[in-house]
Design a protein around this ligand. Structure first.
Ligand SMILES: [Zn+2]
Ligand SMILES: [Zn+2]
Ligand SMILES: [Zn+2]
Length: 367
């Protein structure tokens, strides 16, 4: 029965070649997601009860952790009761436990944080940021202006922690969301739907490596599913598929009738590793905008996915770029897991946007 480790075995679901028996990594994750997605309301409630009863286990990344992350990602569960149980046991990870925490629990967290000798400041700031109610914003502002003793042990200010929760605030206390509250995944589907096109090859070439450019995203803002983006036209966002992972970021200026220019910032090298065959592979992806929206944390489940809107599953630290024109933080537009349309590349391409200035920024993260 056992085959030698070096003989290729196609995945029984997708025929992808690998060197072990059973489903490939991607099909296994997809199956896991589909299993969670098909859970009944009763099964979801029972799982929440189990999480609450075993809340101390969640920090050990075991079944309770998996269940919690998946229910949040695929069923958008309300975490109020879980947050209460976590708070009673002083469990502060993962911070999403506190997303829907009651005012009482949030005030409890704030009280711990207001102790200058607080030893959990890092975790508590993350939990509070994930909740992000007005009390949290006010405390973050106050602590930014008048830091307590624990600040010396942290690397960044409360305003940076706020970004973990997907929001920021200015010095007058006005709050801006850095993530769209709607989330639409892009699934591999053979269906005619041009609301979002991924990876279309262009005629122009990269000034650094001469690779042909691609429109990483073509977005039809007039599609009703995408009205939350506030893009009043059809935009094209060009990048160099080679330099995308070999530079700090790409700044793209677009117009609402499909014209755009791009500039690669801080390139690491100028060799082109992307062939014409690779470009065809990228362009022949059949990623299609989902018909229906998914929960805010959909991308944070256990499956590599491509999403428009919603929270990102950051490969490294969360990263919100400043718009080069208005200097305000840009909003997350999309997170594209490369292996969903270009298997040779690991990591995720994040794309952020300032619709006021018609500018987008694309940057790559990998482990
Ligand atoms: Zn497979
Ligand atoms: Zn290039
Ligand atoms: Zn701007």
């Amino acid at each position: 029965m056992t085959q030698a480790n070096n003989s290729p075995i196609p995945c029984p679901e997708c025929s992808r070649i690998k060197y072990f028996e059973g489903l490939c990594y991607w099909c296994k994750n997809k199956k896991k997601r589909e299993t969670y997605q098909s859970m009944s309301t009763t099964a979801i409630e029972n799982t929440i009860t189990t999480i609450i009863n075993n809340i101390s286990e969640i920090e050990n990344y075991n079944d309770e952790f998996d269940d919690f992350i998946s229910l949040l990602a695929y069923h958008d569960i309300n975490t109020e009761h879980i947050a209460k149980a976590a708070f009673e046991k002083h469990i502060f990870y993962p911070p999403t436990l506190y997303r829907n925490a009651s005012k009482e629990v949030i005030n409890g967290l704030i009280n711990i944080l207001l102790n200058p000798d607080c030893t959990h400041a890092n975790h508590i700031l993350c939990c509070l940021a994930t909740n992000g109610n007005d009390d949290v914003k006010n405390v973050f502002m106050a602590l930014e202006n008048k830091p307590l003793a624990w600040r010396k042990k942290l690397h960044v200010d409360p305003s940076v922690y706020a970004e973990l929760g997907g929001w920021s605030f200015d010095n007058k206390g006005s709050k801006t969301l850095l993530v769209h509250q709607d989330c639409f995944p892009l699934h591999k589907e053979d269906r005619k739907d041009d609301a979002v096109i991924v990876g279309k090859t262009r005629a122009d070439t990269c000034p650094i490596c001469s690779c042909k450019l691609i429109d990483i995203l073509t977005i039809d803002g007039s599609d009703s599913r995408l009205s939350f983006l506030g893009i009043k036209g059809k935009i094209k966002l060009p990048i160099c598929p080679n330099c995308a992972s070999l530079s700090e970021k790409t700044i793209i200026r677009y117009t609402l009738n499909g014209d755009s220019t791009m500039e690669i910032m801080d390139s690491f090298e100028n060799e082109n590793y992307v062939s014409e065959t690779d470009l065809n592979k990228i362009a022949s992806n059949n990623l299609t905008l989902s018909r229906t929206k998914e929960p805010l944390y959909y991308a944070c489940g256990n499956d590599d996915v491509c999403t428009i809107g919603g929270q990102a599953d950051w490969v490294q630290d969360f990263q919100y770029e400043k718009c080069p024109d208005c200097n305000r933080k840009m909003k997350l537009l999309a997170a594209l897991s490369w292996d969903q349309f270009y298997e040779d590349l690991e990591g995720t391409l994040y794309i952020e946007i300032c619709t006021d200035c018609s500018i987008a920024a694309a940057f790559h993260q990998q482990t």
